[in-house]
Design a protein around this ligand. Sequence first.
Ligand SMILES: [Zn+2]
Length: 269
Amino acid sequence: MPEGDTVWNTARVLHRALAGARITSSDFRVPQLATTDLTGWTVRESASRGKHLLLRLSAPDETPWTLHSHLRMDGAWRAYAPGERWNGRPAYLIRVVLRSPGAVAVGYHLHEMALVPTAEEDRLVGHLGPDLLGPDWDAAEAVRRLGDHPEQTIGEALLDQRNLAGVGNLYKCEVLFLRGVSPWTPVDAVPDLPGMVTLAQRLLAANRGRWTQSSTGSLHRGQTSYVYGRRAQPCRRCGTAIRKEELGERVTYWCPVCQPERPGPPAPG
Ligand SMILES: [Zn+2]
């Protein structure tokens, strides 16, 4: 599940593969960039902002540009050595290929691809709340933004990237379990909102730099989460069957005992 940590890792892979390199050929397979040719452009750096990827480039006339992409649920970038077999995903999912003398970067099933002047990056990412893994992470600002929507459920508010950028469905479910808070709790009824925000940041930071996402501390398959993806399995704390239901546009997983509903539980599903 690409969340802030996955996107941060991906940005680092691209940075190591391409930063400082001159692009020797580009092949875009999305309609809006079909005629774009980055041959001769230079890669300055690769960065993440929440779940958005920003590949910063210099055009031959040295104007700074940014190639934006978003992984959503299923996108990925891979870096290959020249001549190495591309084993990331099926070829029909390729959306872009960037070649340099030392590496080939291949983007699979990318979303929201756009090439904009770097000065206009805010058009694409300016709406985001503080980035949990950004150099300018600001917990107090994230808490303030969450508090602007007191009646929204905390389960939806944590996913709203305008509040804080980087939490996806996995960490949302896990943070709520670890704090003992039902996903349906209105934001203004959440005890210790700053504590929840701090925990979310700590979880993403702890998983930065590796591809296995764990909230339990275990990296063993099947033991990496408390509730996410564990419908009907026993809660690791109390043994109650983990529940799964829709909340807003996403599903949520939770333990009805460890995360009691206030005032009353939703109808059994
Ligand atoms: Zn439980």
